[in-house]
Design a protein around this ligand. Structure first.
Ligand SMILES: NC(=O)C1=CN([C@@H]2O[C@H](COP(=O)(O)OP(=O)(O)OC[C@H]3O[C@@H](n4cnc5c(N)ncnc54)[C@H](OP(=O)(O)O)[C@@H]3O)[C@@H](O)[C@H]2O)C=CC1
Ligand SMILES: O=C1O[C@H](COP(=O)(O)O)[C@@H](O)[C@H](O)[C@H]1O
Length: 457
């Protein structure tokens, strides 16, 4: 018997991501037999009402619900109220299965207390089963708090019990970055500073902060997206091939990339805030950034001199996540029209919502003249409906099965904070940008001569 205990079960993450993931796993018959899902929150809620609310969340965030799948899923779901004190957790411990996965879907400032109280209540001790702890992001608020959180966790939990989640690693198209790079040998000679002029990594969101203003305002785009999801996209795009696809060997390579990032200074970062953020977040004043763009360099053999541009923001023109590498141009352009001056082509890995890849190539312009035009070789990652489990579904299943390869090792988190530490305390207020736009104008100041931001989607 296994219990999945979700702390913070009335919250946004549970409703928006965890319940849909569990529904998908139930539909795919991937949940372990006998698994119970116990939602925990501070308020007293009748389990029946909690299930009703869970179903409403599924209808909102998952879409059409199959009654048979829901019946099976709801049969697993229970609810308990707890104030997360040692006494209350100890009382709960008697009702738990030998193997328990605790999921902290809670505001990050309560992670240390809840993790410690679980330990003091004896719930981190394994006795004939497993005890694992999933820690959501952000892991810490800066380098010092991340180190402190790690120390606090290690007082009651061993490293092998701690699963630091970054849901981007559960996305198929993020995992595909690695497969695409290392399963196609012809790419390798091109994937370096001899042939690549610049790399752009974009995580653009159409949504604003929605109901998460209180949380978001303490965090901002750098901590919410750059420190974790974008650093993962960066390391996967830039790392050296590990000797084998094994978790620790991959973590080693990712840390090497982070350690090779040239120390950042304020000039490497620009920030923006969308017009309407204050009203949406219910604030009178805030200098929190909802947009961040960075330029960084990796001082290593492969990437020396190639700028990596990272950009993320909320309330942008559209949702679009991609990793794009621009090739250097040919040494001499022989075939172009005298009037046209095409920029060198891109290789683009589309992460979401389109899932695919394309490579720009120049081909002959039809007609008598010998000139070139741009076209794209496109491939889609999968047909709709094929193997579609959400990132959270993949990661919850891995966590239940004890597969740690898609979870973060602490030094990855630590080095991501070390890299960003110099730019965490902004001096200038963020520049305002219009919702639905491409973000603030200051982002253009980062670009080197001849470079321009790619279109969003
Ligand atoms: N929402 C999202 O899309 C994503 C969230 N995350 C991470 O997941 C975690 C949870 O996020 P989210 O669900 O949005 O957060 P919420 O702000 O919605 O909080 C979750 C729940 O925590 C409980 N809670 C709030 N304050 C406290 C407190 N002081 N002590 C104990 N419990 C408290 C509340 O439940 P109750 O009042 O019932 O006890 C609340 O419903 C965060 O770490 C976030 O960074 C990561 C990726 C995406
Ligand atoms: O971790 C987070 O991610 C979501 C974006 O996730 P995606 O899978 O939709 O790309 C973001 O909205 C949220 O602010 C952040 O905390």
């Amino acid at each position: 018997m296994i219990d999945l205990v979700i702390f913070g079960a009335t919250g946004d993450l549970t409703r928006r991501k965890l319940l849909p993931a569990l529904y998908q796993l139930e539909a795919a018959q991937k949940l372990p037999e006998g698994l119970r899902i116990i939602g925990v929150g501070r308020k007293l809620v009748e389990p029946g009402l909690f299930r009703e609310q869970a179903r409403e969340s599924l209808e909102k965030f998952e879409g059409k619900i199959d009654p048979g799948v829901w019946d099976r899923l709801s049969g697993r779901i229970g609810y308990e109220a707890s104030d997360y004190s040692v006494e209350s957790l100890r009382a709960m411990s008697h009702r738990l299965a030998p193997s328990v996965l605790f999921y902290l879907a809670l505001p990050p400032d309560v992670f240390p207390t809840v993790a410690a109280n679980l330990g003091q209540a004896g719930l981190s001790k394994e006795n004939g089963g497993f005890r694992r702890l999933v820690i959501e992001k952000p892991f810490g608020h800066d380098l010092a708090s991340a180190l402190e959180l790690q120390n606090q966790l290690l007082q009651h939990w061993s490293e092998s019990q701690i699963l630091r989640i970054d849901h981007y690693l559960g996305k198929e198209t993020v995992q595909n970055v690695l497969v695409f790079r290392f399963a196609n040998a012809w790419l390798e000679p091109l994937w370096n500073n001899l042939h690549i002029a610049q790399v752009q990594i974009t995580v653009a969101e159409e949504i604003g902060v929605e109901g998460r203003g209180e949380f978001y305002d303490k965090v901002g785009a750098v901590r919410d997206i750059v420190q974790n999801h974008m650093m993962q996209l960066l390391t996967l795009s830039a790392l050296e091939p590990p000797p084998k696809i094994e978790a620790d060997l991959l973590h080693n390579e990712k840390v090497k990339v982070l350690r090779s990032i040239r120390p950042l200074s304020r000039e490497n970062l620009v920030q923006g805030q969308y017009v309407g953020y204050l009203e949406e977040a219910g604030l009178e004043f805030s200098s929190t950034e909802t947009f961040a763009a960075l330029k960084l360099y990796l001082d290593n053999w492969r990437w020396k001199g190639v700028p990596f541009y990272l950009r993320t923001g909320k309330k942008l023109a559209r949702k679009h996540t991609e990793v794009a590498l621009q090739f250097k141009g040919p040494p001499q352009r022989l075939f172009e029209d005298t009037d046209c001056n095409p920029e060198p082509g891109w290789l683009v890995l589309e992460v979401q919502p389109q899932e695919g890849m394309h490579i720009d190539v120049e081909v002959k312009t039809p007609g008598l003249q010998l000139s070139s035009r741009r076209t794209s070789l496109r491939a889609s990652y999968r047909s709709k409906g094929l193997g579609e489990l959400s990132a959270y579904a993949t990661l919850i299943l891995d966590a239940l099965n004890g597969d740690r390869s898609l979870f973060l090792r602490f030094d990855e988190v630590e080095w991501a904070w070390r890299v960003l530490e110099p730019v965490l305390r902004p001096v200038d207020p963020p520049e305002l940008y219009a919702p639905g736009s491409i973000g603030p104008n200051n982002q253009f100041s980062l670009l080197e001569d001849g470079h321009r931001w790619r279109k969003l989607g």
